[in-house]
Design a protein around this ligand. Structure first.
Ligand code: GH3
Ligand code: MG
Ligand code: MG
Length: 371
């Protein structure tokens, strides 16, 4: 069995995104604990049947029940990460019952009280600080109460040591739990920030060229399997150099931000928008035929035209030339469809700018829409 299939067998078919690494750790830790609990008690039970160790009959019954409950909880949790909390609490209750059984029914084991200690770290790590304190408080209360009822109780000194020791464990794991949690949250936020910076254009906030093409490749792979059409819209601002030359580079930047914002609001959630050059944007539209892409391209052109961004002293008039290419039959590579959209855009420039044109597959010259 390979490492991957062994892990799949133990933990089930679950996947956690990188940002949920801590939840993955806790999920796997709980499964490991439940399995370890089941296997350990099973070994004791087998030892009893093999006459290797002697356990009083009532406690033997409790151990058998605990083994079955633990295996059952493993089967429930395996592959179902949303069952984490109910299973965590159910296992905790099973453990407390098992420890109480050992405390009451195995009086010839003077260290049986230790099981209540071993329980505390797991509760803090798996169920959080509040649950940790509830269980620690209940354990202290229960130790004192049951000691006063037991036939062979611990001494007052032993009880005081046990109770203070448990509270000490609680404080220790409370601090440890909150520190490791805040460290994890910070690391997760840094990672998300890094991911965002690596895939998005700093100026406009849309996808950068690398991330945009990667998203398109994924869309094309899905479309090739499902046979759905897809389209690409290529937008190039008109005479943008003169905006920089006349009003300065920061005015040009403000215009780029405004245009990107406008496009972001015009596309669907499933579309990908990328800044693939200085003042060049591309939109990939999955499940979209040429007619739909042309409609969006025309509404984008009008939106950019009416944008008239304010650049500190006055409103600027901005227009865009737009090329459209659609793939409605045999799948086409991203490079090929983007090239057609490029060509169509250049044709729109040649025809006088501020217009939309498209290029069919195999067609030599693009077709223009009046601007
Ligand atoms: P055309 O209508 O033919 O597209 O003319 P154009 O001036 O828009 O075309 P060209 O490609 O010659 O110029 C693009 C300009 O975009 C050149 C550069 O100064 C500007 N540019 C590129 N990246 C940025 C940027 O990040 N910020 C600003 N402000 N300007 C940029
Ligand atoms: Mg350009
Ligand atoms: Mg341009």
């Amino acid at each position: 069995m390979t490492k991957r299939t062994l892990s799949q067998w133990i933990f089930g078919d679950v996947s956690f995104p990188q940002s949920e690494e801590y939840d993955e750790f806790r999920y796997k830790f709980l499964i490991a604990l439940v399995l370890a609990g089941a296997v350990l008690t099973a070994i004791f039970v087998i030892g009893e049947y093999g006459k290797i160790n002697r356990i009083q009959t009532p406690h033997l019954l409790s151990m058998q029940l605990f083994t079955l409950a633990s295996f059952g909880l493993w089967l429930v949790l395996r592959g179902r990460r949303h069952w984490f909390r109910p299973v965590g609490w159910a296992y905790e209750i099973a453990c407390l019952m098992e420890y109480t059984s050992a405390q009451w029914l195995v009086p010839n084991d003077e260290l049986r009280l230790l099981w209540f200690f071993t329980n505390i770290p797991g509760v803090f790590i798996l169920l959080g600080q509040r649950a940790g304190w509830v269980i620690t408080g209940l354990s202290v209360f229960w130790l004192i109460l049951s000691n006063s009822l037991m036939l062979s109780p611990y001494s007052g000194n032993a009880m005081a040591t046990a109770c203070f020791g448990m509270i000490y464990m609680g404080v220790f794991f409370h601090v440890y739990g909150s520190r490791s949690m805040s460290y994890f949250v910070r690391m997760r936020d840094y990672n998300l920030q890094l991911e965002q910076m690596a895939s998005h254009d700093m100026l406009t906030g849309v996808l950068n060229a690398r991330a945009y093409y990667a998203a398109c490749e994924q869309h094309i792979q899905i479309a090739s399997r499902t046979g759905q059409p897809y389209s690409v819209i290529f937008v190039d601002l008109d005479h943008f150099k003169s905006v920089n030359d006349t009003h300065g580079h920061s005015a040009g930047d403000a215009v780029l931000r405004a245009v990107a914002q406008c496009m972001r609001h015009s596309i669907r959630q499933s579309d990908a928008l990328g800044r693939i050059g200085g003042e060049e944007f591309s939109i990939f539209m999955p499940n979209t035929e040429r007619a739909g892409a042309l409609q969006l391209a025309e509404s984008l052109r009008l939106a950019v035209q009416s944008l008239e961004p304010w650049i500190g002293e006055r409103n600027l008039s901005i227009t865009a030339s737009i090329g459209v290419a659609a793939c409605e039959g045999q799948p086409e590579t991203m490079q090929a469809i983007q090239q057609r959209a490029d060509q169509a855009m250049y044709e729109a420039k040649k025809l006088g700018r501020n217009r939309v044109s498209w290029l069919e597959r195999g067609q030599a010259l693009p077709t223009g829409l009046a601007g």
